[in-house]
Design a binder for this molecule. Structure first.
Ligand code: GLC
Length: 632
């Protein structure tokens, strides 16, 4: 027995020795696991950090708006500014042309490189559906429509093209993708979300990050992405209470934007975090905390959210950029306290468009009095430098000027073809009585009507050239639905048009293009999602002509369509398709079958809102459920 025990013990020793040997082998320097992610740049970052004064460190954490800081001669140098943004409507002085944006980028870098350490600036912008501030850019469908494609490979290609059109201007950081999971479509930012379903959001959000950033951030055709708005921005509760920080607001108006998300941590993790987990997996360089509150606490000041969950538990090793003046909302009556809370909670860079001088001076005072530890400053600056190093921004060999050879591909037919494909794949066919679709290309006459029949601005929605978008000819180079219909039909077919649907008598059929006018953020918070009276009248006028009517809804969310459903022989949800209207007629005329599936639940009435798949099933009773979509 003893012998057996001895051999048994010797066997165990042998196994243990071999295990130790193997594990040592795997630690051999030449095979040492390379540090993944941005931490791989820590050695170089720390070397740069060691040369920096406190002013230079705080300058890296300060992000003014370009027009404000450039308007104060010498401030880029005086405050050692490490980043600027163009928020909504912060445009080049002359116009929004490709050349003016490119000149603006080059000027910003020229100013940044006049500082002692010559650290180039990071230039951030909301390129949220293409390089959407620039005239002639390809405007892709907004995320709500991309959600209906369920196609991560396509979304990644869109990210890649967006990055290339951005780099044509030099700009290399976009505040996208929104990985928000909107739970109430009355929120004005619903269309910025891929879906109410976190499973769709996490897949497409990751694809967009992969497309924007590519496999190597130093690739001159890559840009840094920004997953936003962390966390629970899409879960706020609709209310008519006075808005904190917005004294004297219209208390009769319902609002959700920047509101309070009242959920426990398990629910926050289940619904609102998945997009950040996959964005971090994809190596996202930046994340933007939300204006909103989680159970009453501003996300911008939550150590639980910013440090404990995001940085420590989920391992995010890029940097956090605050939303536009969001830090000031932590305590609207005390800016110093707000800055102290936010930076100590884990905020790394402050989007302080106009108040950048104040922010700089207050943060410096907070460090000098010991209220913000220098270790927190060093951590924030290390994170920022990691991203700049990963981008190759710190390479002395670079000119830091935009690569103007990329202007040739800007808004190219190849790029537009991908956007047209995205429009096709995002269309959702909700009704098709008597198989009125697909349409014939040889009808004698087709009548097209509705406020959005010939309107690029309505097709593109918010965040297009202007912060709020703009109805009408907002940008050149696109195709309206009316133009697309004319291009699709035979030479023998007459295409007529009216806004209000009159004049349709005698046509073979009518197409009514209705829905919403452009909006962004809280401006789009709406209690009543019914089609407006003009749209209803348009459809009724068409129907009075006794012809089949195809209704196309161009909107930032599902709308209440009960008033017109009986009159619509076919109903198509196009959401916000962007510039390439021919993607719609590709499907209407049968060159492609509709494959889109709803990314949000489509409600029967205002009264039943909010309506989403995350609510108790017994209450879930939409007109069309998420995932619904007909084909030919
Ligand atoms: C806005 C938005 C955010 C955007 C930022 C910069 O207020 O909340 O999504 O990226 O400011 O424009």
């Amino acid at each position: 027995m003893k012998k057996a025990r001895i051999s048994h013990i010797s066997l165990i020793c042998l196994v243990l020795i071999s295990l130790i040997f193997v594990s040592c082998q795997s630690q051999a320097p030449e095979q040492a696991q390379t540090i993944k992610g941005f931490k791989a740049f820590d050695a170089k970052a720390k070397e740069i950090l060691s040369q920096m004064t406190l002013d230079e460190k705080i300058g890296q954490m300060t992000q003014p708006e370009q027009d404000k800081v450039l308007g104060n001669e010498g401030d880029m140098q005086k405050y050692f500014i490490g980043s600027v943004l163009s928020g909504g409507d912060s445009d080049p002085i002359k116009d929004n042309s490709l050349i003016e944006w490119t000149n603006l980028y080059d000027r910003v870098q020229e100013e940044a490189l006049k500082t002692r350490l010559k650290i180039p600036a990071l230039y951030g912008i909301d390129a949220v559906h293409g390089h959407s501030n620039v005239l002639g850019a390809v405007m892709f469908p907004h995320n709500i429509a991309l959600g209906c494609t369920r196609d991560p490979e396509l979304v990644e290609r869109i990210g890649r093209i967006t990055a290339k059109e951005m780099r044509a201007t030099g700009i290399h950081w976009t505040f996208a993708p929104a990985v928000t999971v909107p739970q109430d479509i009355r929120w004005g930012r619903t269309y910025e979300g891929f879906s109410e379903d976190p499973e769709i959001v996490k897949t497409l959000g990751k694809a967009m990050v992969m497309g924007l950033q590519g496999t190597d951030l130093s690739d001159p055709l890559s840009v840094v992405a920004c997953a936003k708005h962390y966390a629970g921005d899409g879960g706020t509760e609709a209310t008519k209470a006075p808005r904190p920080g917005f004294p004297g607001g219209d208390v009769t108006r319902m609002w959700l934007d920047q509101g309070d998300t009242k959920v426990d941590e398990a629910t926050l993790r289940r619904i609102h975090l998945p997009g950040y987990v996959t964005a971090i997996e994809a190596g996202v360089g930046t994340i933007m905390p939300s204006y909103s509150t989680w159970n009453g606490e501003r996300c911008s000041g939550s150590k639980r959210l910013l440090t404990e969950i995001l940085k420590e538990e989920l391992g995010f090793d890029g940097f956090l950029i605050s939303d536009y003046n969001a830090i000031r909302q932590i305590n609207p009556m005390n800016l110093k306290e707000s800055i102290m809370i936010s930076i100590n909670a884990g905020m790394d860079m402050a989007m302080e468009p106009g108040g950048y001088r104040e922010f700089f001076d207050i943060l410096k005072a907070l460090v000098e009095e010991g209220s913000v530890p220098i270790a927190r400053i060093d951590d924030a600056v290390t994170r920022i430098l990691r991203v700049k190093l990963a981008m190759g921004l710190m390479d002395d060999t670079k000119t830091h000027k935009a690569d103007r050879s990329l202007h040739n591909a800007f808004g190219s037919p190849e790029h537009r073809a991908v956007a047209r494909e995205a429009v096709r794949k995002s269309l959702v066919l909700l009704k098709n009585d008597n198989k009125v679709l697909p349409l014939s290309k040889t009808s004698a006459r087709i009548h097209v009507a509705g406020k959005s029949a010939d309107n690029i601005g309505n097709q593109c929605g918010g965040w297009t050239i202007r912060w709020q978008g703009q109805t009408g000819e907002v940008t050149p180079g696109g195709t309206t639905v009316l133009s697309a219909v004319k291009a699709a039909v035979s030479n023998e077919t007459e295409v007529t048009h009216s806004i209000d649907g009159t004049g349709a008598e005698g046509a073979a059929l009518g197409i009514a293009v209705v829905g919403e006018l452009p909006y962004a953020e809280g401006v789009g918070d709406r209690e009543d999602l019914s089609l407006d009276e003009g749209d209803v009248a348009t459809i009724n006028n068409m129907k009075k002509a006794g012809i089949p009517v195809v209704v196309i809804v161009i909107s930032g969310r599902p709308m209440i369509v009960n008033d017109i459903l009986p009159q619509a022989d076919a109903l198509v949800a196009a959401f916000l398709p962007g510039t390439e209207g021919q993607g719609i007629t590709d499907v209407l005329f049968g060159d492609f079958s509709p494959t889109g599936k709803l990314s949000y639940s489509w409600p029967r009435s205002n009264a039943e809102l909010p309506m989403n798949i995350n609510m108790p099933t017994e209450k879930y009773n939409p007109l069309f459920p998420i995932g619904y979509g007909l084909s030919y």
